[in-house]
Write a protein that binds this ligand. Structure first.
Ligand SMILES: [Zn+2]
Length: 384
């Protein structure tokens, strides 16, 4: 048995005299068995399900094990290596009318909501910060968390002309009213891009990024030559709009894709912290902090996204409550809030969802603990 691959959930009951781990108090973390066993053996009660952490848990072996466990856990479910049915169809699945796709997804989603134990074994839903817990476990006991504003990244995947139009007509005003700007990932080769809208977005200080090739869920799974051809098709837009970042359609990503992205982009933001049931069960990196992977910065999509929540049957109020809960937890843990909303009517473009978005942004702005930033600005401050 590989004791780094085998995972164990364990509840952090107390963190006595460990200020840098206080944020994890009361949360359940999923740890590689080797690290969990080591921590349990250092405690007094030998309980396999809960842990009271004290300074004696943080010895040199803990630090070595934490480093190995962090790398292992972050990559454990980071990639979606199997191409979904939508990507294997002879035609682009986007040609199937959206109401049919929505119907299928929402029936599946509502069934899945009652089966959370199956699709959220690891990472857990709606947020799993196990990798960040392990990173902090390997730090000095005396290191206090630095008090700072929590960065908030607002992102939109512009899947259609309607999405682009709605972003400019409805979403920018909501964001600018609280002093925020958003990053907007556009599909380069699926439909005619209206540059008057994209140009306005850029002119108003928002960021433009790339969202795949034609949104047919194929690029990550192609041969290197075919993938390169698709990735290169975005070059004119990259130049025209001073683009830094990439978001993969349907959040499908492979090691090979990330490896190739580093030649064109400064960052990728396709790996969710906790992916929920889509695109596949049990996917995500369990971290809300930027990190380097395959030679490129990854900005984990740390918040549960609008599409997943809607398909799972969450009401607007439940979505707002979940976002506020997750944002506060991420802030406590020292992570980055990274939210994806779609501007199409069938997602966050409908008035009730726009209202939720506005209320969420107002909550963050009024709390005085968060600061709105663009992904490109976060990346420019990162050190390897
Ligand atoms: Zn998309």
């Amino acid at each position: 048995m590989d004791y780094l691959t085998n995972l164990l959930p364990i509840k952090i009951e107390k963190t006595d005299e460990l200020p840098h781990l206080e944020w994890s108090h009361g949360l359940t973390m999923t740890l590689p068995q080797l690290l969990a066993n080591h921590l349990i053996a250092l405690g007094d009660d030998n309980d396999l399900q809960k842990l009271t952490l004290t300074p004696k848990h943080i010895n040199s072996e803990t630090k070595v094990l934490s480093q190995a466990s962090l790398i292992k856990l972050r990559s454990h479910a980071a990639f979606t290596n199997v191409q979904p049915v939508s990507g294997r169809l002879p035609i682009n699945y986007q040609y199937i009318p959206s109401y049919i796709r929505d119907l299928i997804a929402s029936v599946m989603g509502r069934i899945k909501r009652s089966q959370q134990a199956r699709w959220a074994t690891f990472p857990s839903w709606p947020l799993d910060l196990s990798a960040d817990f392990i990173a902090d476990l390997g730090k000095e006991t005396s290191s206090l968390p630095v008090k700072r504003y929590t960065p908030v990244i607002l992102t939109h995947d512009l899947d259609s002309p309607e999405g682009l139009q709605n972003a400019v007509r409805f979403f920018l005003d909501i964001e600018e009213a609280v002093g925020a700007s958003s990053a907007n990932y556009i599909v380069p080769c699926a439909w005619r891009i209206d540059h008057s809208y994209l140009g306005e977005l850029k002119k108003r200080g928002h960021e433009v990024g790339i969202h795949g090739f034609d949104h047919s869920n194929k690029t990550p799974f192609l041969t290197p030559t075919e993938r390169q051809k698709r990735l290169s098709a975005a070059l004119p837009l990259i130049k025209q709009y001073d683009i830094y970042g990439y978001r993969s359609p349907s959040l499908l990503r492979t090691k090979d894709l990330l490896h190739d992205l580093k030649n064109l982009y400064c960052y990728d933001s396709s790996i969710p912290t906790s992916g929920g049931p889509f695109p596949v069960s049990n996917n995500g990196c369990a971290s809300a902090r930027p990190y380097q992977i395959e030679g490129i910065w990854e900005l984990p999509l740390s918040m549960p996204r609008d599409g997943s929540l809607l398909f799972l049957g969450y009401s607007c109020q439940e979505i707002l409550d979940t976002w506020i809960h997750c944002a506060n937890l991420i802030a406590k843990s020292g992570g980055v809030v990274n939210l994806l909303t779609h501007c199409e009517y069938r997602f966050s473009g409908k008035p009730a969802m726009r209202d939720i978005y506005k209320r969420f942004l107002t909550y963050l702005a009024d709390s005085g603990r968060f600061t709105f930033v663009l992904p490109k600005d976060i990346i420019s401050t990162m050190e390897v």
